[in-house]
Design a protein around this ligand. Structure first.
Ligand code: 4NP
Length: 150
């Protein structure tokens, strides 16, 4: 399986989602590919936000190998599932889909968690204290992804 995590900047939420799922995939001995991208080009080439790096580190995860890249149309063919963080990401990705196969790949990541359907992962960029909550939400979702596809 191949999974892509998508947010707006690819520096706060989706790098955490990538790091968390990659770790769980490794622990489960699965041969899955996991990547992340942003709908915007604001931070292309940048490291994850230092606050995401920090919260990852506090959970024993290194995400400093990651660099932000922009989501592309080709991603919709290459990946099996495109997990988006919020409803704006969903609209932005869904809008560029060219067929129903691509549309069917787009999923709100929290739909995989016990929190329930149609929940968005809040954008923590402008605040300062949302990163631990984002981490916990994404960990719940990634547990659901492993359970569903392994
Ligand atoms: P992310 O957070 O989408 O979780 O990476 C953001 C990062 C940067 C900006 C907005 C959200 N920005 O406007 O630069």
């Amino acid at each position: 399986m191949k999974f892509l995590m998508v947010c707006l900047g690819n520096i706060c939420r989706s790098p955490l989602a990538e790091g968390i799922l990659k770790t769980k995939v490794k622990e489960a001995g699965l041969d899955w590919e996991v990547d992340s991208a942003g709908t915007s080009s604001y931070h292309v080439g940048d490291l994850p936000d230092r606050r995401s790096i920090g919260v990852a580190q506090s959970h024993g995860l290194d995400i400093t190998y990651q660099r932000s890249r922009q989501f592309t149309l080709q991603d919709l063919d290459y990946f099996d599932v495109v997990y988006v963080m919020d409803t704006q990401n969903y609209e932005d990705v869904f809008r560029v889909c060219q067929n129903s196969d691509q549309e069917a790949k787009v999923c709100l990541i929290m739909d995989m968690a016990p929190e329930g359907m149609n929940v968005s992962v809040p954008d923590p960029y402008w605040g300062n204290d949302g990163f631990e909550q984002v981490y916990k939400m994404l960990e719940n979702a990634c547990n659901g992804i492993i359970k569903k596809y392994k």
